[in-house]
Design a protein around this ligand. Structure first.
Ligand code: DMJ
Length: 653
C-alpha cells in the first residue's frame, strides 16, 4: 500500500515543473511535504479502523481481542467503571431516541397525555406480544457480527461434549412422579368431564394443524394452510415443539409420537434465518427441555444442546446483555429496529434464566449459567428509578434507555423469571429472591392501583406518569404473586395471596364476554374494559387462565375452575372454527370476526393450563416443576448442587 502511495505521489510530482521523475530526486521541502502527507494518511487509516463494524476482519487483526468482548460484571468496581463509561454513551443514545426510530407497520401508537416527559415521549411506539410476533426484523444501528468470534468463556472448552447427565438419577431426585398417581385424574365426575373436553380441544387443534400446516410454525384455520412468520429465523414446526409436553401429559401418545418423529427427522437447526432470541428460547429451547425431562428421550437433549450453542453469540456485546435478534446460521445479532437506540428489551433478555441454567445442567457446561448470571448481576447493580426496572436497556452502555415500566408486554416475564429462578433453585437462589421481592415492593408502591369500582390493577409507568391500563399479558401476574406468597416476609404471606386473588379477579372482570381484550383501561369511567377498538382483540392468549390455574392450586377455591370453564365455553363458541381455533378481532362485537391464526402458545399454554386446572395437583406437582413462560415444565434443581463449575443431577439429591 505504501509503495503504491509513493508511486502515485511521484507521478503527481513528476507532472509538476522542476520536479524529477524519481522520488529520489525530490527536494528537501518536497520530501518533507511528502512525509507529512504520508504520516497523515497512515494515521487516518488506523483511526478509521475504530469506526469499522466489529465484523470486519481487519479490525480484529489490529485490535486486541478483549476490546470486543462482553464485559462480565464481576466486581462492583468493574461495574462502576463500566457504567461511568456508559453514561457518556447514554447522552448520545438519548439524542437518537428523540428521533423517530424504525417501526413495524403493526406497531401501535400510544396516544399520550400532554404532561408526559420528553424522555417518555421518546417511547413513541410500543409493541404488544402479538405485534412482536409479526414484526419485520429491521436492523438497528447496533448490529454486530459474531460469526467468527469465539464464545469467550474459558468454560467453552467443555461445550456440549460432556453428556454425563444421568436421566435415571435425575428421575430419582424428583419428590413425586411427574404425572401423578393417575395422570392427575380427578375423582370428581364434572371435573373429569371438563378435563376430557380440554383434551378433545387439544386433539382437534393438533389434528387440524397436522392436516393443514404440518411442519409450518402455526395453523391458519380459516384458509386451512400454514404460517411461517419471521420470529423463529429458519426454524420450523413451532407448534410441534410447543405441543410436545402438552400432548404427553394429556396422554395423546400417538400424537406425541408423531411430534417426536418430526423433531427427530425434520427439525433442522442449521437454519440461516433471523430469529428472536427470546421466542426461540421460550418455545424451542423450553419445549425441547421439557420434552427431554418428561420422557428421557436423548434425541431431545441432543437437539436442545445444539440449539443452545447457536444462541450464545447473541451475548457478544460490550455488556453481555444480548441483542434481541440473532441469525442462527452466522451468529450475527442485532437489536430490534423498533427498539429505541438499539436497546434490548427487559422481557427478552430477562427471560432466559430458567432455560439457560438447564442448558448448563444438561451439557455440564457452565457457560449458559454464566451468561444469564451476568445479566442478573448487571440488573441487580444498576440504579433503578424508584426501584423499578424500565423496559429498555442499552446492550452497549448497560444503561436504561427509557423509563417505561410495565408488568405487561416488554417487562412481564422478567419478573416471572426472578421468582421462578428462586423456586427452580430449590429456594436457594437468594439473589433472585431478593431482587423479586424488591421489585414487587416497588411495583406495589408505584404501579398497583385501585379503580373507583374497587378493582386492583397494575398500571404502566412512563417516567413517573401513570397510564391506567393493564394488558392481557400482565394478567399472568396474579399467578406470579401467588406462587411467591410463601417465600417473602411471613407477615406478608396473606397480603400477597390477597393481591394475587385481586389481580386475578380484575382479569376475570375484563372477560365480560367470557374472553378478554388485549388491553383494558381504568380511566374515563372505564372499569377493566377496552376503550379503544385496537385493543379489543383476543389471540388465544393464556395469561388469565394461567392465573386461574395457579390460584386454584394455591387456594382450591372452586371459583377458579368455574372461571376456567367459562373460558372453555367461550373458546368453543367464539374461537372454534371448522379447521382449528382462531383468535378474534373484537371481543365485544356481536358478530365474530376471526384473525385466522392458531397461535402455538394456545397449544403450549392455554390448553395446558386449562388441563391442569381440571386435574389433581399431583400432575406436574409444583414442588418439582416450574413452568417457563411458555408453560413448558422444567424440574426444580433439588438441593441446588449447581455451581458454575459443575452439574447437579449426578446423584446428589
Ligand atoms: C407467550 O409466548 C409467553 O407467555 C410470553 O411470555 C408472552 N406471551 C405469549 C402468550 O401470550
Amino acid at each position: 500500500v505504501l509503495l503504491s502511495i509513493r508511486t502515485t505521489i511521484s507521478m503527481v510530482f513528476r507532472k509538476l515543473p522542476g520536479v524529477s521523475a524519481s522520488g529520489m530526486g525530490l527536494r528537501l521541502s518536497q520530501k518533507f511535504v511528502f512525509l507529512l502527507f504520508l504520516s497523515g494518511l497512515v494515521t487516518l487509516c488506523f483511526g478509521a479502523l475504530f469506526f469499522l463494524p466489529d465484523s470486519v476482519r481487519l479490525k480484529r487483526i489490529f485490535l486486541s481481542k478483549t476490546e470486543s468482548q462482553p464485559v462480565t460484571v464481576g466486581s462492583d468496581n468493574d461495574l462502576r467503571d463500566h457504567l461511568k463509561k456508559g453514561a457518556k454513551d447514554m447522552e448520545h443514545l438519548r439524542g437518537i431516541t428523540s428521533a423517530k426510530g424504525e417501526t413495524s407497520t403493526k406497531l401501535k401508537s400510544l396516544s399520550r397525555k400532554p404532561s408526559i416527559t420528553n424522555e417518555a415521549k421518546a417511547d413513541e411506539k410500543v409493541v404488544g406480544g402479538e405485534a412482536l410476533e409479526d414484526l419485520t426484523m429491521s436492523r438497528s444501528k447496533t448490529e454486530s457480527s459474531s460469526k467468527d468470534e469465539k464464545v469467550t468463556s474459558s468454560s467453552n472448552q467443555r461445550a456440549n461434549t460432556d453428556t454425563s447427565f444421568d436421566y435415571n438419577k435425575f428421575k430419582k431426585c424428583l419428590l413425586k412422579p411427574p404425572l401423578g398417581i393417575e395422570h392427575g385424574k380427578s375423582s370428581h365426575p364434572q371435573t373429569l368431564h371438563r378435563r376430557d373436553k380440554v383434551k378433545e380441544m387439544m386433539k382437534f387443534a393438533w389434528d387440524n394443524y397436522k392436516s393443514f400446516a404440518w411442519g409450518k410454525n402455526e395453523l391458519r384455520p380459516l384458509t386451512k394452510n400454514g404460517h411461517i412468520g419471521n420470529m423463529f429465523g429458519g426454524l420450523r414446526g413451532a407448534s410441534i415443539v410447543d405441543s410436545l409436553d402438552t400432548l404427553y401429559i394429556m396422554g395423546l401418545i400417538d400424537e406425541y409420537n408423531d411430534a417426536k418423529e418430526w423433531v427427530e427427522t425434520s427439525l433442522d437447526l442449521n437454519s440461516n434465518g433471523e430469529a428472536s432470541l427470546f421466542e426461540v428460547n421460550i418455545r424451542y429451547v423450553g419445549g425441547l427441555l421439557s420434552a427431554y425431562y418428561l420422557t428421557g428421550e436423548e434425541m431431545f437433549k441432543r437437539k436442545v444442546l445444539e440449539l443452545g450453542e447457536k444462541l450464545l453469540p447473541a451475548f457478544n456485546t460490550p455488556t453481555g446483555i444480548p441483542r434481541g435478534v440473532i441469525n442462527l446460521g452466522s451468529g450475527t445479532s442485532w437489536s430490534w429496529g423498533w427498539a429505541s437506540a438499539g436497546s434490548s428489551i427487559l422481557a427478552e433478555f430477562g427471560t432466559l434464566h430458567l432455560e439457560f441454567v438447564h442448558l448448563s445442567e444438561l451439557s455440564n457446561n457452565p457457560i449458559y449459567t454464566e451468561k444469564v448470571m451476568n445479566i442478573r448481576r448487571l440488573l441487580n447493580k444498576i440504579e433503578k428509578p424508584h426501584g423499578l426496572y424500565p423496559n429498555f436497556l442499552s446492550p452497549v452502555s448497560g444503561n436504561w434507555v427509557q423509563h417505561h415500566v410495565s408488568i405487561g408486554g416488554l417487562g412481564d416475564s422478567f419478573y416471572e423469571y426472578l421468582i421462578k429462578s428462586y423456586l427452580m433453585s430449590d429456594k436457594t437462589d437468594e439473589e433472585a429472591k431478593n431482587m423479586y421481592y424488591s421489585a414487587l415492593e416497588a411495583i406495589e408502591a408505584n404501579l398497583v392501583q385501585k379503580s373507583p369500582g374497587g378493582l386492583t390493577y397494575m398500571a404502566e409507568w412512563r417516567g413517573g406518569i401513570l397510564d391506567h391500563k393493564m394488558g392481557h399479558l400482565a394478567c399472568f401476574s396474579g399467578g406470579m404473586v401467588g406462587i411467591g406468597a410463601d417465600d417473602g416476609a411471613p407477615e406478608k404471606r396473606q397480603h400477597f395471596l390477597d393481591l394475587a386473588a385481586e389481580i386475578t379477579h380484575t382479569c376475570h372482570e375484563s372477560y365480560t364476554t367470557k374472553l378478554g381484550p388485549e388491553a383494558f383501561r381504568f380511566d374515563g369511567g372505564a372499569e377493566a374494559t377496552a376503550t379503544r377498538l385496537s385493543d379489543r382483540y383476543y389471540i388465544l392468549r393464556p395469561e388469565v387462565i394461567e392465573s386461574y390455574m395457579y390460584m386454584w392450586r394455591l387456594t382450591h377455591d372452586p371459583k377458579y375452575r368455574e372461571w376456567g370453564w367459562e373460558a372453555v365455553e367461550a373458546l368453543e363458541q367464539h374461537c372454534r372454527v371448522e379447521a382449528g381455533f382462531s383468535g378474534i378481532r373484537d371481543v365485544y362485537a356481536q358478530t365474530v370476526s376471526h384473525d385466522n391464526m392458531q397461535q402455538s402458545f394456545f397449544l403450549s399454554e392455554t390448553l395446558k393450563y386449562l388441563y391442569l386446572l381440571f386435574s389433581d395437583d399431583d400432575l406436574l406437582p409444583l414442588e418439582d416443576w416450574v413452568f417457563n413462560t411458555e408453560a413448558h415444565p422444567l424440574p426444580v434443581i433439588q438441593n441446588n448442587t449447581t455451581t458454575l463449575a459443575g452439574p447437579l443431577f449426578l446423584g446428589l439429591c
